[in-house]
Design a protein around this ligand. Sequence first.
Ligand code: GDD
Ligand code: MG
Length: 347
Amino acid sequence: MKVLLLAGGLGTRLRPLTENLPKPMAPIANRPWLEHLITHLREQGVDHFVMAARHCSDVIRRHFGDGRRWGVKIEYAVEPFPMGTAGAIKNAERFFDDCFLVFNADIVHLPELIPLLEFHRQHGGVATIALTEVDDPTSYGVVEQDDTGRILRFVEKPRPEEAPSNRINAGLYILEPDVFRYIPAQREVSIERETFPRLIQDSAGVYGMVSRGYWRDMGTPSRYRQVHWDVLDRRFPLPMQGRQVQPGVWAGEDVEFGKGVLFVPPVLIGNKVKIGDQAVIGPYAVIGDNCRIGARVHCSNSILWDRSVVRDGSRLSNSIFGYRTVAPAGEVFKNSIINDPGEVMQA
Ligand code: GDD
Ligand code: MG
């Protein structure tokens, strides 16, 4: 089974974290999300991936290469210009001559593929869209279905009064190669705004199946943080790196704690982290590999990516620090998203 990963968006709502990074490469619990997703899909029997990328595509290529380290094959379909979600699929046409799966790579979920594939085979449409249910559907693609599961209407990001239901596009499709005939080449095309409505209008057979289980779009700072709190609370059962050193506190290899360090669970600490005397870490702190935390630092509701440095006495709450960010001593960071020293944005 082949999977196309849509990983070429600009990730504007997560800037500045995504300035030099494709959003699906943002770490979740200290590993790039794409790594978790590829590992999960490999366990579900997927052995061949095509990466549809553009913005910072080199970051993905440098990290995954041909996929051998992950026991899979990874190929790349890099777009010459931003082609949109369907344009990116069209641009990868040469890789697919059989039924294939497409993932919005920024969605955090670990879906089971077999029930979806069976549903798709039984219904025989050109497309099956995995659906999920949310309270507020207005920032997603919303569907209206009949009792057979056929999608009668697909409305992208409707106004509240226009949303036909609370069932939304979960960002996972099963497509037949016939779909390529419906996507014009060499221009930007949105699958949500153009291709799905057109397939529905032509009665090509678009079906939707509700896929249960944890599901979240990580595309805004608050959603990105919430995914982490769900991992720490074990509401989202992502495999944890490291071992539990006290209830609700996970730590990796070679971690050094100073005197009187207090952990307030839940907390996740990566490998080779150093924490200074009397620091208070948690509740809700995720600290990446090789981070340096100074003495008396307080860090709660915050996420530090690998190699961040927080100098003595600083206080962090509700903040996200990108790779290698250095926070000077004695500062207060509240609702801050920083991606390099000196560049601070209020969330
Ligand atoms: N290769 C490529 N090229 N990928 C793209 C492009 C492009 O031009 N534009 C977007 N993507 C990728 C993004 O990286 C992301 O993984 C996915 O396509 C969806 O784009 P987003 O920009 O994140 O869309 P959204 O979150 O506003 O809405 C989409 O996802 C919702 C689920 O979270 C839509 O598919 C909605 O219908 C859906 O409900
Ligand atoms: Mg998204």
